[in-house]
Ligand binder design. Structure first.
Ligand code: PLP
Length: 412
């Protein structure tokens, strides 16, 4: 008999957090050599040029002005009524597709992904996502007895791999009556890749084909980083394509206040549902309410209030958008230095469009990251490559990083 106490099905559960370990190594190096000498590319939050996690000023101003009652009072499990309305607007901006919509407040984007998996895939089923992915997707699936299956995100021309997507959906639907597909776009973590509008046309064609054959398809679009992907309506142009989809193609959006409002630790987000069927949306609200009540009960009321206060005041909203654009431009400048130098030294990089992260593909990421420690560069060694958080590396430290990665890869 096991000497441990967890239920047999839970024995050995362990998060292998390579990002956290790499971050700890970076902090140790900072202690030893000083902050100026170390490039800490492990951080996944926007950092200012002094490398401090930055808060959007309008968010700080409004948050500090809220009454104590907003911080201590329970909220309804599905979220405050105003928030549920306003977070739908924040998801779609001016690109709202036709259809019925609803939102359920969640504990960050993570909570949204969690309740999407729980309610829109069967126990034991495969959930499909891209091979380049946020590693927590694997754990979120395993936690509730699902398996994460992946398809190749890119083809030989470094474009979205519709062939791989299509064959993976077909293979899974040979075994299952329904499928949950999770796509983290735009500003994919860990690559900065995004599906184009044409890619979305092809994705939806594949989904329509299987829906006609009697299958049920749910697409979860994880838009965690959308606030830093470009002009708000341009980066949402694909959303209009979801208008009037057949009843058995259901579209969900995982919205996060962590990045959009720089409120990472305040744990607020939403799962937004869109369907041509009012029944599907009613069922979504009930299922979401049930999941929320049994997972976290209710989420941070003050964060929800803040979103509504800002979105309902045109002056504050303008401030928010201008400040987000400022952060976005800073990230673009940092990324541009890296991408130009990578091109010059012929370092292979996953096509980066926008977002917090850039990835360099390699099968020896752990060894290469270890080698980079000689240059006091600390990056996250992911299964498929080296991830750099361009969201937090100031421009003056970015010069030379691409060349050093190239050298490290040649040396291991
Ligand atoms: N989705 C992706 C791809 C992420 O990288 C993250 C956070 O790192 C999230 C969702 C969820 O973030 P949060 O739960 O902080 O909103």
């Amino acid at each position: 008999m096991s000497t441990f106490m967890t239920a047999a099905s839970r024995e050995g559960k362990k998060i292998n957090d390579v990002v956290f370990s790499a971050g700890a190594a970076a902090r140790a190096a900072i202690e030893q050599y000083g902050k100026e000498k170390v490039v800490n590319a492990t951080v996944g939050c926007y950092g200012d040029d002094d490398e401090n996690v930055a808060c959007l000023p309008v968010v700080e101003k409004v948050y500090r002005s809220l009454p104590m009652s907003d911080f201590i009072t329970y909220a309804p499990p599905v979220g405050l009524e105003t928030y549920r309305h306003d977070v739908i607007d924040a998801t779609f901006e001016d690109q709202r597709p036709e259809g019925y919509t609803a939102a359920v407040a969640t504990a960050g984007g993570t909570g949204a992904v969690h309740i999407a998996i729980t309610n829109y895939s069967e126990v034991g089923d495969k959930v499909l996502t891209t091979d380049w992915r946020w590693a927590v997707y694997d754990n979120l699936c395993a936690e509730v007895g699902r398996q994460l299956a992946t398809f190749a995100m890119l083809d030989d021309t470094r474009s979205f791999n519709i062939e791989s997507f299509s064959s993976s959906v077909a293979a899974i639907l040979q075994e299952q009556d329904s499928i949950l597909i999770m796509l983290n776009t735009p500003a994919n973590n860990p690559t900065g890749f995004a599906l184009s509008d044409r890619d979305w046309d092809e994705v939806l064609d594949v989904c329509r084909f299987h829906e006609k054959k009697g299958k049920r398809i749910t697409i979860l679009v994880d838009i965690a980083y959308i606030a830093y992907a470009g002009e708000k309506n341009e980066v949402r142009s694909f959303m209009k394509k979801f208008s009037n989809l057949p009843e058995h193609i259901f579209v969900l959006f995982a919205y996060s206040m962590s990045k959009a409002f720089t409120l990472y630790g305040q744990r607020a987000g939403a799962l937004v549902g869109l369907s041509s069927s009012q029944d599907v949306i009613r069922e979504f609200e009930e299922a979401g309410k049930y999941s929320a009540r049994t997972s976290w009960s209710n989420v941070n009321r003050a964060a929800m209030t803040l979103l509504s206060v800002i979105r309902r005041d045109p002056v504050l909203l303008k401030e928010l958008e201008a400040e987000e654009t400022g952060f976005f431009r800073t990230i673009c400048d940092r990324a541009a230095i890296f991408m130009e130098e990578a091109k010059a030294c012929e370092l292979n990089v996953i096509p980066y469009k926008a977002g917090f992260f850039i990835s360099v593909p390699t099968t020896v990421s752990a060894a290469a990251c270890e080698k980079l420690h000689d240059d006091l560069i600390f990056a996250a060694p992911l299964a498929r490559g080296i991830r750099l958080g361009v969201c937090s590396i100031p421009a003056y430290k970015m010069s030379g990083v691409a060349g050093k990665i190239k050298k490290a890869l040649e040396a291991v």
